[in-house]
Design a protein around this ligand. Structure first.
Ligand SMILES: [Zn+2]
Length: 142
């Protein structure tokens, strides 16, 4: 990691502190272009926004998919105070961002949380009703 990248990662950590000061969980992220220019910043607002999906990484991934052309998105790097969770990692994949740099790992976060970082598993059942379920999907992807 270059000194300029460390500066961007430190800004993400500052955003995490700002989130905590505002009453939200302490996570912050930003998106930078290939030259290190900050394109967008976000912090966690899951408590104040009453929105379980209001993680900064997810908000930036949605913003990038909406506002950036694919080539520009692919040239960006997300700097984030903590390793993206599964929800955010999926959104980052779909948004076409080029790279993620994080400070705390998920495991390191877990060591700082009394109950650990893992969310409970929700049982899933399926597949079922294949003949009916395939009708709206068949022919959509070509
Ligand atoms: Zn997340």
């Amino acid at each position: 990691m270059t000194p300029d990248e460390e500066t961007l990662l430190r800004r993400a950590i500052e955003l995490a502190a700002e989130a905590r000061a505002a009453g939200d969980p302490p996570f912050g992220s930003l998106l930078a272009d290939a030259g290190g220019r900050v394109l967008a910043e976000e912090r966690n607002t899951t408590v104040t926004g009453r929105d379980i999906s209001a993680h900064p990484e997810l908000k930036l991934a949605v913003w990038a998919a909406r506002e950036l052309d694919p080539a520009t998105a692919a040239a960006t790097t997300m700097f984030t105070s903590c390793q993206p969770c599964g929800m955010c990692a999926g959104a980052i994949q779909r948004s076409g961002l080029g790279r993620v740099v994080y400070a705390l790992s998920e495991g390191q976060l877990g060591e700082l949380k009394p109950g650990g970082a893992a969310w409970p598993q929700v049982p899933q059942e399926g597949p079922a009703l294949l003949d009916e379920a395939r009708v709206p999907v068949e022919g959509y992807y070509r």
